[in-house]
Design a protein around this ligand. Sequence first.
Ligand code: FO1
Length: 323
Amino acid sequence: MNVKKQPHVVAISGGIGGAKMALGLLHILPPQRLSVVVNTGDDFEHLGLRISPDLDTTLYTLADLANPQTGWGRRNETWSFLHALEQMGGETWFKLGDGDLALHLLRTRRLTGGESLTQITADLARQLGVAAQILPMSDALVQTRVATEFGELEFQDYFVRRQCQPRVNALRFAGAESAQVTPQVRAVLQDPQLDAIVICPSNPYLSIDPILAVPGMRELLRDAAAPVIAIAPLIGGAAVKGPTAKIMGELGVPVSSLAVAQHYAGLIDGFVLDVHDRAMETQLELPTLITDTLMKSLDDRLRLARMTLDFAATLGRPRKTAA
Ligand code: FO1
């Protein structure tokens, strides 16, 4: 009797767009059959607390706790802490809600106590009832630095405090060279039963590149037993949310999904392109799924997730061309 193989999918994700796709995958897979490798390049220390925005956005989104308007932070949040902070002249440019603050305090205390970010995140996911593995890209501190006309900025200074206004000349991921892929990330990417690896429609430069910068990560994707599918984060040359298009223009990259596919060249076996960009399909030298990639509702996310996995199933495991 052939036991029905349990599906197993790995999502490579960062930011709000990535969390949306992860939610779609979570809803169409059996419990614990989705692993999400999450960007931690946005992490920083603020008010003495270690903040991991993309881990938190992923946790809250998959736990159905996320603020639906912003995509980050908690819904039904209260702001007593922030108001008290403002009264006493504390820094309030990075908005920390009372419920969110509890998570940052817990994570900071446990990191100080010597626990790994991976262990803490797994525990938080369990506490919040998330039926997926949420895996930091590394347990080492890797921080995205943005080179601008104001000098090199910490990521949240660029992204939140300055609202992505400065012109991006270059990006680097401080600490990546001495970071390692965690045993847990290695285990899921080396699973011989893997069905698909999905690079979510996150910002390739800010949310996916830090993950790919962890030594060994690219090789794990290249050697994986499952096809790697990237979903275009642009529709008609514009980002659904965030500074992807702006940054591409500033980095001198053509602002198109074709450029995104080329950015992932050598890593991906298939590409999901939005219907508005159908014309560029002939320029793509790899299997392409054309569909509506805009995720407004939960149904949109489920549909895109299902179409992506069906697409992956048609690809099998072709050898990848050398990068
Ligand atoms: N983004 C903002 O634009 N303004 C904020 O005040 C803000 C606070 C915040 C607090 C916790 C958290 O987990 C995320 C927060 N974000 C905020 C979003 C965050 O800067 C971005 O989601 C990521 O760093 C980039 O995806």
